[in-house]
Design a protein around this ligand. Structure first.
Ligand code: ADP
Length: 475
């Protein structure tokens, strides 16, 4: 038996939570204690009657000790053995008369006290063990839930040291992450996110990172990290959920590649078609065939539409590849708006009202800003279903020019108001589904405005209408 095992054997505190209660040890030890007392009485003090005090003390001690060490079982064995020993003393010392009577009374009285103490302490010990066990089970249950979650889990303490990780996280990063240390330097971007959560004590959502695995393969992860507080509101840990989004990302890249290729392939035939239709238009105009005129002008409308879609596809792919270029110029925004409205007014019976305050000059890519305004205005026409006027306004606010386009149309729900600026996002409700479109316009508009250091946003209520705004810096 090693010294550590000996200590666990002797010290009942180290046995807390261990529900192995012994019959044997209390019985044998108590018995040996009584033999020692007998030897002491007969051979050391040489007075067989000198056992009273030692027997009482030994019984108390062993009852309390074994109740604490071996639960109810230990307490009862020690106390019963003590009473038996007292009767043995009465018998072996040949007590008679009053002595015998009081001896039996005292033995029974002490016996009841020992039993009560042994039972009570033993019961308490077992209660504590049950509590400890329940707590341990709860911990194991929680840990096995965390282990088997289909996402990576990373928990660090309030200093950024890793306290816990689950299997899934190792699988995602293709590496064993060491617990008890800070994150290795190859995950420095992830580490800085966690540090930010620790410093600001605020949740960070959907942070995406590229990480190179040991085999040089890149993979993409998304992290949501939250600070964890104890009952008293004291910050104690940061918990992060890590998702592997490599497949989604690769899919997206393939889709981008496809858009890129398709739009470039479509560009060439489109250019030729435009040339042909123009020369056809010229020819037909001199000819007075009404039917032919009608066919050609409709063809022209359809080809223009196709051209717009292809242009948008090209823009999306330019944004994706970082090739959207601008050529900036000083021009009068108010004049440009007026011209654009004039052009669009010809395509609709709905009234477009322009409210402006004086001339406003900006430095921007005129064509691209024109593209944003056209998109917002044609959306307003498209999604208002011929209801109400469309109002466009231009204002000066501190350091910005602010343009707004309002309609009284179908409106956009709160949850969709952020998403409509995403690539290829269209509101999926049955009403919106009936309008043609690809969901590219606002995505392109947002990119154009963002690249001009401006902002674009929407205020809207379902069924009531929408107002789109964009701001551009005046300087
Ligand atoms: P598209 O109009 O080609 O679908 P956009 O990017 O211009 O693409 O618009 C994205 C989505 O935003 C549209 O599909 C539509 O659901 C919504 N939307 C845009 N403008 C308006 C508007 N003025 N009123 C209501 N919904 C709008």
């Amino acid at each position: 038996m090693s010294s550590k095992e000996l200590i666990t054997f002797i010290n009942p505190v180290t046995r807390l939570g261990n529900k192995k209660y012994s019959y044997f040890t209390p019985a044998v030890t108590t018995f040996i204690a009584f033999i020692i007392i007998e030897i002491y009485a007969f051979f050391i003090v040489k007075d067989p009657l000198a056992v009273g005090m030692p027997a009482i003390i030994s019984a108390f001690v062993s009852t309390i000790y074994f109740a604490f060490r071996d639960g109810i079982r230990g307490g009862i064995i020690a106390s019963l053995l003590s009473v038996l020993y007292y009767f043995y003393i009465i018998y072996s010392r040949h007590y008679v008369g009053d002595q015998l009577e009081s001896g039996i009374q005292v033995s029974l009285f002490l016996g009841v006290i020992y039993l009560a103490i042994g039972y009570l302490i033993g019961w308490l010990r077992q209660r504590v063990d049950n509590l400890i066990e329940r707590e341990a089970n709860e911990k194991i249950r929680l840990q096995s839930i965390l282990q088997q979650l289909p996402v990576g889990v990373l928990i660090t303490n309030n200093k950024g040291k890793i306290e816990y990780i689950n299997k899934q996280l190792d699988l995602i990063v293709g590496n064993k992450i060491a617990v008890g240390k800070k994150l290795a330097s190859q995950y420095s971007t992830v580490y800085s996110t966690i540090t930010r959560v620790i410093n600001n004590k605020k949740t960070l959502s959907n942070k995406e990172f590229v990480i190179e695995r040991a085999d040089k393969r890149k993979f993409y992860i998304r992290i949501n990290a939250s600070p964890i507080f104890d009952k008293n509101g004291k910050f104690m840990a940061a918990a992060s959920i890590v998702d592997d989004i490599t497949n989604d990302r690769e899919m997206e890249l393939r889709k981008d590649d496809f858009i890129n290729m398709a739009s470039h392939e479509l560009k060439t035939p489109m250019t030729s078609m435009n040339l042909y239709i123009s020369s056809l238009e010229d020819k037909v105009k001199s000819n007075r065939n009404k039917k032919l005129n009608y066919v050609v002008s409709n063809m022209k409308i359809q080809i223009d539409r196709l051209q717009r879609i292809i242009n948008e596809l090209l823009d999306v792919s330019r944004i994706q590849t970082g090739k959207l270029a601008f050529s900036k110029d000083y021009f009068r925004l108010d004049q440009m708006l007026e011209e654009t409205i004039g052009m669009l007014q010809e395509t609709t019976k709905q009234k477009i009202i322009f409210s402006k305050r004086g001339p406003i000059k900006i430095n921007a890519d005129r064509f691209r800003i024109y593209q944003v305004v056209t998109n917002l205005l044609s959306n307003a026409i498209k999604y208002s279903g011929r209801k109400g006027d469309i109002v466009i306004s231009l204002k000066r606010a501190k350091k910005d020019a602010i343009v707004s386009v309002s309609d009284l149309g179908i409106g956009i729900s709160k949850e969709n108001q952020i998403k409509i600026f995403d690539k290829l996002y269209q509101v999926g409700d049955s009403v919106e589904k009936t309008y043609p479109g690809f969901g590219m316009g606002l995505y392109i508009a947002k990119e154009i405005i963002k690249r001009h250091k401006g902002k674009i946003w929407v205020e809207s209520e379902k069924e009531k209408g929408s107002t789109f705004y964009f701001s551009l810096p005046l300087k």
